[in-house]
Design a protein around this ligand. Structure first.
Ligand SMILES: [Cu+2]
Length: 311
């Protein structure tokens, strides 16, 4: 082999190796979620509410895959439930009838999709009446990390916040159709992360000054828009639908409609608090406020692993 050809082979080999080093191989990821109709606290005092859930929690578990992965999904509708349920992943491209159709209590549904678009996506039950299945708590997020790990600046901490409305009577579908909510919440609790407005709140988000905090935000609705804003902060970057190709910088507020999602990066140069809200104030002042405390002694576990969705 001539020296220049050998060099060519060596370079091609090195390029292939570096691709392997930096881009994860596409995987097959099995995801099983159980529809469960259970009582849940909807505030910091422990007021109970008859929710419909994925895996007994509002929001449901964070599903996390990498761009290019194949998701083998199973929905189990538990035998003890009274209602049919379904699963609609906004990260999937499938058949709305065959795949997103509902299953009766005691039955299962399987489907497979490839997560081709990176970003943050809503998932929810779409069983009839969809407005009620979402309002009662059947929602969550699927994060599809970009296959190129350098597609976005590295985040030092990550949090998931999901906005939704609370309707006082979970059986009153008409109230939902007329948008008669009493509260708007993040992650299924009234002022869940806001000890200022509710002294019973024991949790809030934490980070250090200078850290890049990435918030995966989903608006579950079912009806209200969100004008997502960090009081005393500025979004360093906003990625609509969380896709690294969609990026805007230095925004104060960004509107996320019902059924939509976006990724927000926040960096505080100083110690102190920001209050993350929907700046639609009737919604904020009935419960949709999350305090993020920036301090040099922030808990190192917060915003990592399981602690990206603070229960
Ligand atoms: Cu449902």
């Amino acid at each position: 082999m001539k020296p220049n050809k050998m060099l060519g082979v060596a370079l091609a080999g090195a390029a292939a190796l570096s691709m392997l080093a930096f881009q994860a191989e596409a995987k097959t990821v099995k995801v099983t979620l159980h529809a469960e109709e259970v009582d849940q606290p909807i505030d910091n005092k422990g007021t109970m509410y008859r929710t419909w859930t994925f895996d007994g929690k509002v929001p449901g578990p964070v599903v996390r895959v990498t761009e290019g992965d194949t998701v083998e999904f199973t929905l189990v509708n538990e035998k003890g439930n009274k209602n049919s349920h379904s699963m609609d992943f906004h990260a999937a491209r499938l058949d709305v009838v065959k795949d997103f159709g509902s299953v009766k209590p005691g039955e299962e549904k399987h489907y497979t999709f490839t997560a081709n678009y990176p970003g943050v996506f809503f998932y929810h039950c779409g069983a009839d009446p969809m407005i009620q299945h979402i309002a009662r708590g059947m929602f969550g997020t699927i994060i599809v990390d970009p296959k190129d790990p350098n597609a976005m600046p590295k985040a030092d901490r990550e949090y998931v916040l999901i906005q939704s409305e609370l309707y006082p009577n979970p059986d009153a579908k008409e109230d939902m159709m007329q948008n008669k909510w009493s509260n708007v919440m993040f992650n299924g609790g009234i002022f869940k992360y806001d000890p200022v407005h509710d002294p019973a709140a024991t949790r809030w988000l934490q980070a250090k000054p200078g850290e890049r905090v990435r918030i995966y935000f989903v608006n579950a609705g079912p009806n209200e828009f969100s004008s997502f804003h960090p009081i005393a902060g500025i979004w360093d970057a906003v990625y609509p639908s969380g896709n690294p190709k969609n990026v805007e910088h230095g925004l104060q507020s960004f509107v996320v409609g019902a059924g939509d999602a976006a990724t927000f990066d926040l960096i505080s140069p100083v110690e102190g608090a920001n209050a993350i809200v929907t700046h639609s104030l009737k919604a904020a002042l009935t419960g949709a406020i999350a305090v993020i405390m920036f301090s040099n002694d922030a808990d190192p576990k917060m915003g990592h692993g399981e602690q990206i969705l603070v229960r």
